[in-house]
Ligand binder design. Structure first.
Ligand code: GRF
Length: 205
């Protein structure tokens, strides 16, 4: 497989970034060529630096507005030659201009079975709703909040008694497996968004 270049955007701890670095980076033609953040002190940036991956920070306050910040970030991502933008706990909404520049080339991981519990605190939403099963979704990113077409999902049972820490740990463990798997499928060219119906994603064996 020829090189498949990934830029990861992260705002926080970066455990999903770490899983991607540990299992994908430098293997099978996949390279993480940059990690970007809106937060100068994000732990994710330290993880990138430890793996000798280039980093860049785009704080909202350095730019006139969100569109200007996203345009600068998109320029940087393009300069890195990225094939795919991977959101891994990136806590900012991306402007329509950004999504348009990377149409069908931005993915996100969400800690629930979308379309259930979109937006913030999906784990808290699931607990409050009293569901017995929640899960993890990897989806392409469109202009809406967690509305883009899903390409991978896995269920996670809610522990009896609804202990939040236990559920969070179970969800993160699934994320760390599912996200690298989904990204590898994209890198291998096995994931196709239906030209006639962009809500439909086909996976080739
Ligand atoms: C993950 O739970 C992911 O589903 C959500 O943000 C969290 C990021 O965690 N989008 P980390 O920074 O990768 O540890």
């Amino acid at each position: 497989m020829s090189d498949f270049r990934i830029v990861v955007l992260a705002s926080g701890g970066g455990t999903n970034l770490q899983a991607i670095l540990d299992t994908l980076h430098g293997r099978g033609g996949i390279e993480v060529v940059g990690v970007g953040s809106d937060k100068p002190g994000a732990r994710a940036l330290e993880r990138a630096a430890a793996a000798a991956v280039e980093t860049a920070v785009f704080p909202r306050t350095d730019y006139a507005d969100r569109a200007a910040r996203d345009a600068a970030m998109a320029d940087w991502i393009e300069s890195r030659g990225a094939d795919l933008v991977v959101l891994a706990g990136y806590m900012q909404l991306l402007s329509d201009g950004f999504i348009g520049r990377f149409r069908n080339r931005v993915v996100n991981i969400h800690p629930a079975l979308l379309p259930s519990f979109p937006g913030l605190d999906a784990i808290g939403q699931a607990l409050a709703a009293g569901v017995h099963v929640t899960g993890v979704t990897v989806h392409f990113v469109d202009e809406g909040v967690d509305t883009g077409p899903p390409l991978a999902r896995r269920q996670v049972p809610v522990p009896a008694g609804g202990d939040r820490e236990e559920l969070e740990a179970a969800i993160h463990a699934v994320e760390h497996e599912l996200y690298p798997q989904a990204i590898r499928m994209i890198a291998e060219g096995r994931v196709r968004i239906d030209a006639d119906d962009p809500r439909v994603v086909a996976i080739d064996d």
